[in-house]
Design a protein. Sequence first.
Length: 196
Amino acid sequence: MPVLKDASTVDLEEYFSKLRKISEKALSEEEQKFSRFKSMKFVEARYLGQSYDIQIPYRKNNFRTVEKEFNLRHKELYGYSSQDKVEIVNVKLRVVIPSKKPELSKKWQGHQDHKLLKKTNNRTEGKRRRAWFSNRYYEALVFERDELSIGIAGEGPCIIEEYDSTAVINPNWLWKVDGYGNLILNWMRKEKWRTR
């Protein structure tokens, strides 16, 4: 699409119609056929002479509306709008295919037999490592993430390791594995921490 320095006489719907046909063709070639989809129209615009553009939703085939939306968005982002001419740099069509919302299962598969872990006096025990937290060293508990089952809980300082990430739990923080396998952290007040 050429840069439109004066889009007031141009029918943008023509460009969107071409994009919609391209989308329909691409979706028809997919293995799974998508008979229904929703499309959303956007234009990328800028003030004449600027080197950066802003994407805004396109609602009507009316350049004055595009200018108004652009000025509002520019002011929102940069704190000012201008009387300069607005040019349209690009048109975009976003295709959304409706699908069923996935159902989350609370049957997260952690190890149910705790060879590494055991609960004693409300504390979760595991292997330990000397680690730096909050300006000093601690003997921190270290856990393997895939060995933590639903409901298992503990407190910082500790380290929870897994294949692609590490959770570092600072002192004054509690952690628990929820029913979906998420690691939930809660901050403890310092007075509570000292009395534990």
